[in-house]
Design a protein around this ligand. Sequence first.
Ligand SMILES: *[C@@H]1O[C@H](CO)[C@@H](O)[C@H](O)[C@H]1NC(C)=O
Length: 578
Amino acid sequence: MVLLALFLLHQGVLPVVAWFLPQLETWFYDFAVFGIYRTQEYVTYPLSGPQGAVLRQDERCDKGLVFIAPYGDSVEEEGPVILDSQGNLIWSSNEYGVATNFGMQQYRGENYLTFWAGDKNGGQGRGELYMLDSKYRVGHEVHAVGQGLGADLHEFEVSKDDTALLTVYNTTRGDLRGLGWWRSEDGWIEDSLFQEVDIATGELLFQWSAMEHFKPDLSYYWTPTGGYVRTIPYDFFHINSVEKDSKGNYLISARHFHTITYIHGTTGEIIWVLGGGERFNQFEDLSDGLATAFSWQHHARWFSEEEGIISIMDNGYAGPMQTSSTYSRAMLVQIDQVKLTATHLQSFGSLGHTKAASQGSVQRLPNGNVFVGWGSAAAYSEYLQDGTLLCESHFAASWSFSWERAKSFRTYTSHDWVGVPEYPPSAKIEGNRLFVSWNGATEVKFWQFEGLRNDLKDGLPINDAAFDSIAIVAKQGFEESMELPPGEQFTRFRVGALDGQNQLLRYSEHVQRSQSAGASRSGIVIGICASVASVIGVWYLLVVWKRRKPYARVFEWVPMKAFFGRDQYRYDMLEVER
Ligand SMILES: *[C@@H]1O[C@H](CO)[C@@H](O)[C@H](O)[C@H]1NC(C)=O
């Protein structure tokens, strides 16, 4: 009874209250009054878009496009999504399925949308790395190199040398006796590899394996089940980021070691290890432990190589059994690679001090701001480098964050993406309105709605000049619409996409007002046809099909005689026997 009352309150009363009190909208959003992952439907586009909530805004935010790849049990259409700074949909695709690492990167001077897609299996994946060009076509694909190996979901970095860095998880065997619990000398281990691959040729340029450098029983990851059988290997290292720096060395993050390791670019030798407690850390912490105490972290990157500053997503948490912090933070650590000292510069927590049990990202923006994706928590935030939180958006209800029903592995932002799709804008008339959208077109600033006048005689060729402009509407959301002019003055319509200089980018196909009377008339015709067809169908089943097929015996127990008379029935039986 109480549960029912709460349910009715949540799903019946609160939405009405939310409608009357729009200023409480974000509060209701985070309380999942509109569902855990609220979406928006469109007339001219078959997929829905995430309808997020902007919790905090500031003029000093970068306001670029936002690249997320929502997935999880509450997300129906998983895949890469581009939003504008207000959360409006710019582009989405469900062609690739679940995706991670979605963002924009440069390769040979061109911008590409880059992401991983494939089979996700718990905390890792086997798939491919995709690079889409400005027309949203696959320009390049990158694969892991080696028998039975697949590109893992954790990394896809295009280096300054125009190569791809990717991670690979490989199940192999090794000594796990150090873990206890009767594990064997020949246990099952998940090795963490990373590869550098030539994008143009697919050639393997470099490979590094964690097992070749570290003993698995040094891991901080505790599990009662891992290591006994092939299907549940012990994931001792859990590599989750790789970056190549200007010296040609690699910076990698290992979640289950709590370490950031710097690796020599040609020999693969370990140059230093930051973090990981007394088992691994080689740095003197000049900030009372704050600089090196990160744990279960993600996404280690050089924030400034010259100044020796590294950015880290310090999750500090990996579920109730493995927790070392009350909330997750992005952090900046400055290191001295000669003296081996580390200084904590700044930490960045989310508005609600979100605990992100996994995933997440930290990006340095061109204006110096820090952009943070909260991974398993469907939120992203922007900060000044001094730690001031400027902007924050959620794309699922914060109330549900710990269930991870909608998340994005990383979240990036950029101003530089220019998308010009191969296909034209999509226009459609519904009711008395003409709708238009153009999935992926970043340059549209205005929509020009046009109509073809009725007095043009049938049979005359329709040229561009024959259309009259009816209205120009500024593009705000993904889809805009216009009320059709009354009467029969125009016979058909089209919509032109205009850029910021009012230059035409492309026209939609022509659309016509559907004749509502005609529609209902054809509805009646379809109805009559359907009734006739079903009568014929039933007759066919009972009489013709029953007679022709040997399995007519199925009908024996049916009182057929009542319908067809005894003779008919006997005749059927004879047929069957013959
Ligand atoms: C992957 O694991 C297999 C054993 O299952 C091993 O033979 C192979 O060498 C490993 N590959 C790499 C690249 O380490």
